[in-house]
Design a protein around this ligand. Structure first.
Ligand code: 2BA
Length: 110
């Protein structure tokens, strides 16, 4: 068995969960926050049999879209240069999904 951990954008998460359900795949949705943007995203835990991993990845691939996002860097705290620091927005491409596939040592449901 494998655990597919997928970090996706909030706006794709509901559609993704619905598609996983339609394929008979179970998932748990966690509210998460990206370390870089400090914005909300969604982490899905998807427990699957080994032969379902590709099916799960295909659903994620077709549902989650990469999008450009403008970010304004935070003005550095302290330091004399802060007054002259002009934070220009920069553009980052937030991926459709960041996915980890890990081996599950044991799985039980009671
Ligand atoms: P964030 O950490 O908020 O990152 C959002 C986007 O900002 C990233 O998109 C990337 O385009 C950019 N970015 C992140 N760190 C950067 C840096 N040090 N310098 C320049 N640009 C940077 P993605 O790479 O598609 O990541 C989307 C979200 O997936 C991340 O949100 C984070 O929550 C998660 N993630 C990505 N890589 C991860 C990893 N290795 N481990 C755990 N979570 C990860």
């Amino acid at each position: 068995m494998k655990l597919v951990v997928a970090v996706v954008q909030d706006r794709d998460s509901q559609r993704l969960i619905e598609k996983l359900v339609s394929k008979g795949l179970r998932s748990t949705k966690l509210a998460s926050t990206g370390g870089f943007l400090k914005a909300g995203n969604t982490t899905l835990l998807i427990g699957v049999e080994d032969d379902q991993v590709e099916s799960a990845l295909a659903v994620i691939r077709e549902t989650c879209k990469a999008r450009e996002q403008l970010v304004t860097p935070v003005v550095p705290a302290g330091g004399g240069a802060a007054e002259s620091y002009v934070p220009y927005p920069i553009e980052v491409v937030v991926g459709g999904a960041t996915v980890f596939v890990v081996d599950v040592e044991k799985f039980t449901r009671f």
